[in-house]
Write a protein of this length. Sequence first.
Length: 247
Amino acid sequence: MTEAVTGDQDGPAPPGGRADDSRELVEVLAAGVAHEVRNPLNALQINVSILEQELAELLPDRSSHAFAVLAKISNELRSLDDFVTEFLRYARPAPPRRERVAVARLVDDLAAFIGPECSRKGVALSRGAGGESLWALADPLQVKHALLNLVLNALQATPAGGQIAIAVGPAPRGVTIAIRDTGEGLPAELLGRAFELFWTTREGGTGLGLPIARRLVEAQGGSLGLASARGQGTTATLTLPPAPPQE
């Protein structure tokens, strides 16, 4: 049986506190991260780049072990910078700029962008027919970012030879975008943790993709839910409010 979890959780609230208190704490932490981590991280990246340039003048042979060490340091700094960026995006998201969005067109743009990566990993990406007449009231950039996180999550969980299908359809209170994969799925005891900040089942994962996607979607007045079962894949369903009729 496929279990489902909706997107109205924010992980366990601290003892004696509420979800709002937890979110405020995360925002305060983000301010510290931005100041105490981001600035020295940028300085490190600049200095590594300078060191590489100066080393190139002394050692013309780029195959030297020293260049390999510098490349590894640079890659690790880049990964850390990406993590900080994603964390700040979760903790301090920009206010959404909502407008009328042609949902099917937005999904098609996303599929064209991520399609080559899916092909490279041997996973078939398809977009079901329909939904061309559906419009939502949302920030297109933020929705696209949320969808990208969901598709990347699905891609990471789906082995070569698997499939990811994206479908757009009407909902009683808006428009839905469903992303279904044929990956390994999650058992019920783990599915309930899917939206917890920093929780992940993937080695090297940050545990930020789903919380960021949910927060971006909820900022639009929408919702995000998951349905999954071990060995049956996962379906993420994003619901957006409908756009008012054009005058």
